[in-house]
Design a protein around this ligand. Structure first.
Ligand code: 5BU
Length: 264
């Protein structure tokens, strides 16, 4: 099936080239799974990506949790991900003024040089997005920002009004490819989708096939429900890397997400 047949209005309405890249890759792999690769070592990351690469579409990292980080070692993570055609998504959650976000895209981790996508809070206003975009432009790369419109964690402070204001920021910037939504709540995802329209993606953490609750306030919903409610990508961490057989787990999440998309 062609991506426009599978994704329908989302394919036509999302203008960002990286949104199309993701939707195409999802069709090739029949998977909406974004691996949250929350491991502290480069060897562990490379090993995990090798096991699950065929079943996931993007790699979400927290580069600052890697112990004994060096750019030379990090390149092996990037190369392994690229060998599986994974988009690189750094969940940096930028939140400062524009000029500082721009410089934070460089620095030791040099996120601008390898990440295709990053997350940002909207709390500081719209210029954080422009700062991030300026950093990519400075190294002649194209990237996309996912704004946190909701969160999956218990007791978070992202009120409905905050979500609405975040959507205003996102809908007026060509650099905002979409939003993070609360994967643990289909009702919240439906609400977010109704407000976001078809022209932006919604990616959702807080999904798990077997658990209802994670550690330290993480909440979970069913990944199939999240997709049926309007999520375009399920972000899965412990459900895959905490499993005894990460390859088989990734395949199960891929099947669930793909079947739910076809239903939708
Ligand atoms: P888990 O192991 O599937 O619970 O991991 C979830 C990942 O998604 C983890 O990397 C978090 O940083 C990330 N996350 C989240 O869980 N909830 C949120 O609201 C946001 C990100 Br934003």
């Amino acid at each position: 099936m062609q991506p426009y047949e599978v994704w329908g209005e989302r394919w036509r309405a999302c203008a960002h080239p990286l949104a199309h890249q993701f939707m195409e890759a999802a069709c090739e792999k029949q998977s909406l799974v974004v691996l949250a690769a929350d491991l502290p070592s480069v060897d562990g990351l490379v090993n995990l990506i090798r096991q699950v690469g065929p079943h996931v579409t993007a790699l979400k990292t927290h580069v600052d949790m890697v112990e004994e980080y060096s750019m030379r070692e990090w390149r092996s993570v990037i190369a392994t991900a690229q060998s599986h055609n994974l988009m690189l998504f750094e969940d940096r959650k930028f939140a400062d003024i524009g000029r500082i976000a721009q410089t934070q895209m460089g620095g030791m981790y040099d996120i601008r040089s390898w990440a295709d996508l990053v997350t940002a809070h909207s709390v500081s206003g719209p210029d954080v997005v422009d700062g991030i975009a300026a950093a990519w432009e400075g190294v002649q790369r194209i990237g996309g920002v996912l704004l946190l419109a909701q969160m999956s964690s218990r007791g978070n402070l992202l009120s409905d009004d905050y979500t609405d204001r975040t959507l205003e920021v996102g809908s007026s910037s060509p650099h905002v490819i979409g939003y993070i939504g609360n994967g643990s709540s289909p009702v919240e995802i439906e609400g977010l989708r109704a407000k976001a329209g078809e022209g932006r993606m919604i990616w959702t953490p807080g999904v798990n096939l077997s658990a209802a609750e994670g550690v330290l306030g993480q909440r979970y919903g069913h990944p199939g429900d999240a997709v049926r409610a309007g999520s375009d990508a399920i972000i899965v961490g412990s459900g895959i890397h905490g499993s005894e057989d990460p390859g088989a787990a990734a395949r199960a999440y891929a099947e669930t997400s793909w079947n739910a998309l076809l239903e939708r």
